[in-house]
Write a protein of this length. Structure first.
Length: 404
């Protein structure tokens, strides 16, 4: 549906801006008038400019921190007794992100027009995921919306912290790889050709490693475009393969089989599954709807398939533990704890106990993995650079004093 950006004045003459979905400008005007607003300016707006998404550039990007602040501020205002629409209008004036401000203004207009808070958020699926919409819908129905908003803020902060830990763990190894690659390219492109000319004038038999390096340098200098083209084609093929369902499944299955890293990935998926599923059940979301949303939260294709296959079995009377056990993916300890939770009627509490336990295990393994990756990369870079240096210096050490 087309989107329109509007400027309007309320009964007190206060200027209000926002974005509205409508078939045409006439519908926007009619809707604003029904909310006792006087339209001042209405213009068509693209989806990217409306802020409905995480992408964009030049100030249009909505960060997860902006969404988290929105949850926190709305929870505090509603707890203080501020009406929902008034709270949204207050938050829209406090947000620094222009894109997020437009989104909140549009939500305020939708709520004032008669929509529920959850339904208004659902108009912005790239900003507010299904998990947030479902929890807020349950919070509105049950009368505990501030608690749900606080939970969503905490959940968003934990997800952002997790992403920050992963980025921090990978930052140093990535820098080392780039620096090592740059050093190798410099040696092969600038230093080695000059030394090769000196050795050619000596007209002596060169050691095997030096001769091999000279041939590699010659291939790189004469056929560099072939190598670059091969790399580009390889990257494009890998990117297209990774975007396909079969490619994602192959990559995710291979990742789970990797030593240490596979365990980290699985534990992260289990903690995310347990926290999301437990939080939704705790807030009264029906189990089948909760599983559908938890499936969308999963990032690994195999875990997603295991969750996706659970609802049909549960609809026929099977338990969550039994359906997950069939997939042979979740550890027996997790299956047993879920079974105990089902038997005792405390499944949400058990799931919320599983989540921090597996998060802590994954964090310890990430630290161990990081401590292993750094020396391995340094060792590999040292071997490559050392090979080049030795290959360049070896003829000097073995040169014949007679020139023969």
């Amino acid at each position: 549906m087309p989107q329109f950006k509007y400027d309007a004045k309320d009964a007190k003459g206060v200027l209000i801006s926002g974005v509205m979905d409508a078939e045409n400008r006439a519908m926007v005007i009619a809707r604003l008038q029904s909310m006792n607003y006087f339209p001042v300016k209405i213009s068509a707006e693209s989806d990217a400019a409306s802020g409905r998404g995480w992408g964009g550039f030049l100030g249009r990007r909505i960060r997860s921190a902006d969404v988290c602040d929105f949850y926190r501020q709305m929870a505090d205002l509603i707890t203080a007794g501020i009406a929902l629409v008034k709270g949204l209008q207050i938050v829209s004036t406090q947000i620094t992100s222009p894109a997020m401000r437009r989104v909140v203004a549009a939500i305020a207009a939708d709520v004032q027009g008669g929509e529920t808070f959850g339904h208004a958020l659902d108009h912005h699926p790239k900003v507010f995921p299904k998990l947030a919409v479902a929890l807020i819908n349950s919070g509105e129905r049950g009368g505990f919306l501030p608690d749900v908003l606080q939970q969503l803020a905490s959940f968003s902060e934990m997800e952002e912290e997790l992403r920050g830990k992963v980025r921090a763990a990978l930052a140093y190894p990535i820098v080392m790889v780039f620096v090592g690659t740059a050093v190798v390219i410099f040696l092969m492109s600038f230093v080695m050709p000059k030394i090769t000319g000196i050795y050619a004038e000596m007209r002596q038999d060169l050691p095997f490693v030096t001769d091999l390096l000279i041939k590699m340098t010659g291939l790189f200098s004469r056929r560099w475009y072939v190598l670059v083209g091969a790399v580009v084609l390889g990257v494009v093929f890998a990117w297209r393969f990774a975007r396909s369902r079969q490619g994602r499944r192959f990559i995710h299955a291979a990742a789970l089989k990797l030593p240490v890293l596979g365990d980290v990935i699985l534990k992260r998926e289990i903690s995310r599954f347990a926290r999301t599923f437990g939080q939704m059940l705790k807030n009264g979301v029906p189990i089948l709807q909760a599983l559908e949303i938890v499936r969308d939260v999963a990032t690994n294709e195999l875990v997603r398939e295991a969750i996706e296959q659970a609802p049909p079995d549960i609809a026929q009377g099977a338990g969550v533990s039994g359906t997950l056990k069939k997939r042979d993916l979740f550890p027996p300890g997790v299956i047993n704890m879920i079974a105990i939770g089902e038997e005792t009627g405390r499944l949400p509490e058990v799931l919320l106990q599983i989540a921090p336990s597996y998060e802590a295990q994954a964090d310890r393994m990430v630290k161990t993995l990081t401590s292993l990756i750094e020396p391995i990369i340094i060792l590999l870079m040292g071997v490559v650079v050392g090979f080049i240096v030795i290959a360049m210096l070896l003829p000097i050490l073995t040169i014949s004093p007679t020139g023969k």
